[in-house]
Design a protein around this ligand. Structure first.
Ligand SMILES: C[S@@+](CC[C@H](N)C(=O)[O-])C[C@H]1O[C@@H](n2cnc3c(N)ncnc32)[C@H](O)[C@@H]1O
Length: 166
């Protein structure tokens, strides 16, 4: 699996956002059980990052892996912009079921799978691009001090990176 192109936001931005929402993203996050149509985009909407996405992924047929999709609109807006080949994973079965139901009819090429980003079940080189918007950030801020993360947080982030680059 290859990841091409990198853009980052500052850790101060991440910490300030997550300090107001501690431990929100747990596997059984009750907010994922909200009504069927609810959606929420962490950090930025597709409209705000689409020019960056176009630069990083010029090929609309690219095989894209969305890491920790949540109930964000990023995938559907990328799809409607021509990126049809997106596999979406999240470790919340609730959110995956909901996104599957929401998009099955209008966006049939999308796939939605319950999977842990630290233990990807895909073959090597299955994707051209991996997108993580807010997911490693959630892991980084899930426990302890983001400025001095506990060993478990460092290991979790390391495992995600090692899975994505294999
Ligand atoms: C802060 S939200 C970001 C959601 C979305 N990417 C966005 O931009 O709005 C983090 C998401 O990552 C998921 N997540 C956190 N840790 C994960 C893990 N180890 N494996 C898979 N998904 C995970 C959560 O369930 C949640 O949906």
């Amino acid at each position: 699996m290859r990841s091409t192109g990198r853009k980052s936001i500052g850790i101060r931005d991440i910490a300030s956002i997550h300090s107001s929402a501690p431990s929100v993203w747990t596997k059984n996050n009750p907010s994922t059980r909200e009504d069927e149509d609810s959606s929420f985009d962490w950090f930025k909407s597709y409209g705000e990052i689409s020019s960056t996405i176009h630069d990083i992924i010029p090929d609309k047929a690219a095989r894209i892996l969305m890491l920790g999709c949540g109930n964000s609109k990023l995938t559907e807006e990328m799809y409607d912009d021509g990126y049809k080949n997106i596999a979406n994973i999240d470790y919340s079965q609730v959110v995956i079921d909901k996104m599957q139901r929401r998009h099955a009819g209008r966006r049939p090429e999308l796939t939605w799978l319950e999977m842990d980003i630290r233990d990807l079940k895909f073959a090597d080189d299955a994707f051209d691009v991996a997108i993580d918007k807010g997911t490693m950030d959630a892991m980084m801020t899930s426990k302890g001090d983001v400025w001095d993360p506990p060993a478990q947080v460092i290991e979790d982030c390391d495992r995600e990176v090692m899975e994505v680059v294999r």
